[in-house]
Design a protein around this ligand. Structure first.
Ligand SMILES: [Cu+2]
Length: 259
């Protein structure tokens, strides 16, 4: 029943629907939205974004649409079928380009197994890119609380994070802090783990871009999270190249969040 169709999410289950009910309230408008059908004309169940308002969506069940609104300023996300932080959402009504990167540990036998996602959002007219970092698996008992995070040049994690190459640096600049003018485009700075070894952070960056015509376009490149903190080019040794951020804990390829 779930054939190839952009409205079709094979992940939709009754459990998803319970989650969706938890995060949203019904506005009880029926019949305003035509639920999509599959190639055989059978109605497709699931949540579908509103045409112009990312806080609203339609829940289709056996061909019947009910309109819902996300609470707390959250936006509907068709991939997870729930209401999420706006930067995480794939809603297209907001004129944004979206990307995501699903983290994979560099070494499956290492002590710290980092999983999670990094989401990106930029208005199609340009400007800053919003980044939502949601990672887990850092060791809360070691001395490392800050971890350097960068866009690396190559969009491959084949055989581990070494395949990602160096920092994305189209301007041949020195390594620096995200606030510095003299920085690699890929220099996103440090992320900070909490007492449980997780990271939930919003970063805003004025260099990276999700617009294909921009030379700082990052989709198809990679993100690397490092074992220790980035010294922003102010340290010794290879500081002006890599910020002495240490080993590569985890990495991922940046994909358009556009399904
Ligand atoms: Cu790096």
């Amino acid at each position: 029943m779930c054939s190839v169709n952009k409205y079709c999410n094979p992940g939709f289950t009754l459990a998803n629907m319970k989650l969706l009910i938890f995060f949203a309230f019904v506005t009880a408008v029926r019949g305003q939205f035509e639920c999509p059908v599959d190639i055989d004309g059978n109605p497709i169940d699931g949540g579908f974004a509103h045409e112009t308002d990312c806080t609203r969506f339609y829940n289709c069940w056996e061909g019947e649409a009910t309109e819902w609104t996300c609470e707390d300023g959250l936006w509907f996300d068709s991939w997870t079928q729930g209401c999420v932080h706006p930067i995480r959402s794939d809603c297209k009504a907001g004129d944004y380009n979206n990307a995501r990167c699903r983290m994979t540990p560099n070494d499956p036998d290492a002590g710290q197994q980092i999983f999670g996602d990094v989401f990106f959002r930029q208005n199609q007219t340009g400007g800053n890119t919003d980044i939502y970092v949601e990672l887990r698996g850092f060791d809360p008992n070691d001395a490392e609380v800050l971890h350097g995070m960068h866009v690396h040049t190559e969009g491959s994690i084949e055989g581990g994070c070494a395949a990602t190459g160096g920092h994305f640096n189209p301007t041949s600049s020195n390594h620096g802090s995200p606030a510095s003018e003299d920085r690699h485009v890929g220099d996103l700075g440090n992320i900070e783990e909490d007492t449980t070894g997780s990271v939930v952070m919003v970063l805003i960056d004025d260099k990276i871009s999700l617009l294909p015509a921009n030379p700082n376009y990052i989709i198809g490149r990679s993100i690397v999270v490092h074992a220790t903190y980035d010294d922003y080019g102010l340290g010794n040794g290879t500081s002006l190249i890599n910020g002495n951020a240490g080993a590569r804990l985890a990495c991922c390829v940046i994909m358009a969040n556009d399904f």
